[in-house]
Design a protein around this ligand. Structure first.
Ligand SMILES: [Zn+2]
Length: 87
């Protein structure tokens, strides 16, 4: 795989930009946002294409976080948003 090649947005026919964006995932009323993730982003509509390596990492992270978040929602926790940092 040639990672130095810049992908083009299929919809707008413009080259995408390699920059940080926020990954968002929603399931059963619980949303998980992961800011600061690098992806190929269309400069016109900000649609992000994550690399397969990044997606693998994000899936693991989301899977680990969604359980506790859903349990908090089920018990109607007063705390509805958390920010977790590892670096
Ligand atoms: Zn586009």
């Amino acid at each position: 795989m040639n990672t130095s090649q810049t992908p083009t947005c299929g919809q707008h026919r413009v080259p995408k930009e390699w920059r940080q964006t926020t990954f968002e995932y929603q399931e059963d009323g619980v949303s998980i946002r992961v800011p600061g993730v690098h992806a190929w982003v269309c400069p016109l509509d900000n649609e992000a294409s994550f690399t397969s390596e990044t997606v693998d990492e994000l899936i693991v992270t989301v899977r680990e976080l969604i359980g506790p978040a859903k349990r908090a929602r089920a018990r109607h926790s007063l705390v509805t948003e958390y920010i977790v940092k590892t670096g």
